[in-house]
Design a protein around this ligand. Structure first.
Ligand code: ACK
Length: 348
């Protein structure tokens, strides 16, 4: 955890401290809720022009260990700094930390379109599929463009799933015009970009999945919720009392067996994230309902997610490389980025 240590040895950056009076939000704008905290949409009123922000708070019953882990995460975010494919830390409010309430407010860049997971599920009916059995089918007879988004190609399967209304986030389902494999590939490259930067900074994400990718108003994908300290805390709680949600469907074999995390285990999770993208948000290993020793044994014996309906064989090969049993044999994010750009060239 070298970068974690590096980040933690830096003093808390008080330039990022935001007075609570500058933060406006209320319960009406709750956009997410978890075991330890809530996420609100709010505004930062520092200048004449209020800035929309996402505010992550802790729940008042959070224990000290958890708060410590969360503060470490904030320091990791401060250490990571700015990158266009990473959700930006705008600031933090720590004034209530030492009070009775022991609250911490983390102020993040607001990503209007929410999580990639919810977006994919909500917009399935707008997806135009050009892939059949792993092959890209190019429409014939259109001299101007290989793809014609206005009309549905009659010989190809078209996903028609009704949009899901997201009751939890209370956010109106984002809708968009038709989109296709090119948008999916663009997202994978943006995420690989963000992850390449994190890996360069030697920061391990520890929970890379479509729920932790956020989309801006122009649909740029950004990596969020990184910093391993808090997750290691949650994961160790899980192994102790079985209550914490361990994201086992995304975890590499060595993480499941020994809670070993590295950039290479992030690469495994990136492969699962690709699988989510090219199934439009299906749950990985749909036939498996819970984590068992048998599941781990099956992974050891070579069980892997199957070819997603909307992925070409090239894309499936890329994700399969991420699931190499030996972490050192998995590609780097730099390599993945290059391979995905080649796929993008084929799709244009
Ligand atoms: O799809 P969503 O509305 O987008 O549901 C999740 C929820 O909070 C729990 O994580 C939303 N969320 C989290 N961080 C942000 C952010 N920085 N900007 C916008 N929405 C966010 C996410």
């Amino acid at each position: 955890l070298s970068s974690d240590l590096l980040a933690q040895n830096q003093p808390y950056n008080y330039q990022l401290e935001i007075p609570l009076t500058q933060l406006k939000f209320d319960a009406k704008y709750l956009i997410g809720s978890g075991e330890y905290g809530n996420v609100f949409k709010g505004t930062l009123e520092k200048s004449d022009e209020p800035i929309p922000v996402a505010i992550k708070t802790t729940k008042s019953n959070s224990n000290t260990q958890y708060l410590r882990a969360l503060l470490k995460e904030v320091k990791v975010m401060m250490y990571v700094g700015h990158h266009s494919k990473i959700v930006a830390l705008i600031g933090c409010s720590t004034v209530n930390l030492r009070r009775y309430e022991r609250e911490l407010f983390i102020v993040l860049e607001y990503c209007e379109k929410g999580s990639l997971e919810n977006f994919l599920k909500a917009n399935r009916s707008h997806f135009v599929n050009f892939v059949q059995r792993g092959q890209l089918q190019v429409q014939q007879g259109d001299p101007d463009s290989d793809y014609n988004l206005q009309s549905q190609p009659s010989n190809l399967s078209y996903v028609q799933v009704l949009p899901i209304l997201d009751s939890l986030t209370q956010r109106k389902c984002s809708t968009m015009p038709a989109f296709d494999i090119r948008q999916l590939v663009t997202w994978t490259i943006e995420i690989a970009d963000g992850m390449e930067y994190l890996a360069m900074k030697k920061v391990i994400h520890g929970d890379l999945s479509a729920r932790n990718i956020l989309l801006t108003s122009d649909l740029t994908a950004k990596v969020s919720d990184f910093g391993l300290s808090r997750k290691i805390y949650c994961y160790s709680q899980y192994t102790r009392n079985g209550e914490e949600p361990l994201p086992w469907r995304w975890l590499a074999l060595e993480s499941l067996k020994n809670l070993e995390f590295s950039t290479a285990s992030d690469v495994w999770s990136f492969g699962i994230l690709l699988w989510e993208i090219f199934t439009l948000g299906e749950q990985p290993y749909p036939g498996v309902s819970s984590l068992t020793n048998n599941f781990i044994l099956n992974l050891e014996q070579g069980l892997r997610p199957v070819l997603p309906s909307f992925a070409t064989c090239d894309i499936y090969n890329i994700m399969s490389c991420c699931w190499h049993e030996n972490p050192s044999q998995r590609p780097t994010f730099t390599r993945l980025n290059l391979c995905l750009q080649e796929v993008q060239d084929l799709c244009e």
